[in-house]
Write a protein that binds this ligand. Structure first.
Ligand code: SF4
Length: 74
C-alpha cells in the first residue's frame, strides 16, 4: 500500500475573472493551459500542461495582472 501526503499542495494556475479582459495574450505563451470561457474571458486549465516557465511568462505578460499561481490543497 502506498501512503501519499494528501496535504501536499498542488500548484495550479488561476485567472482572476474580475481583471481578465479576454485578450488571449496569455495563450500566446502557454496555449495549452488557457481557454476562452462562455463569457469570452480566459479560464485556466488545470492541471496545466505547459512548462512552469511558460506559465511564468504568461503571468508576466498579462497586461491586467490577472494570472497567478496558487496552491490547491483540496
Ligand atoms: S492575458 Fe490576462 S487579461 Fe488577457 S486573456 Fe490572459 S488573463 Fe485575461
Amino acid at each position: 500500500m502506498t501512503i501519499t501526503d494528501q496535504t501536499k499542495p498542488v500548484r495550479i494556475v488561476v485567472v482572476d475573472p474580475d481583471k481578465c479582459t479576454g485578450s488571449t495574450l496569455c495563450m500566446a505563451w502557454a496555449r495549452h493551459s488557457f481557454e476562452v470561457g462562455p463569457d469570452l474571458k480566459t479560464l485556466a486549465i488545470n492541471p496545466f500542461t505547459d512548462s512552469e516557465a511558460a506559465i511564468l511568462r504568461a503571468i508576466a505578460e498579462c497586461p491586467r495582472h490577472a494570472v497567478s499561481f496558487a496552491d490547491d490543497r483540496s
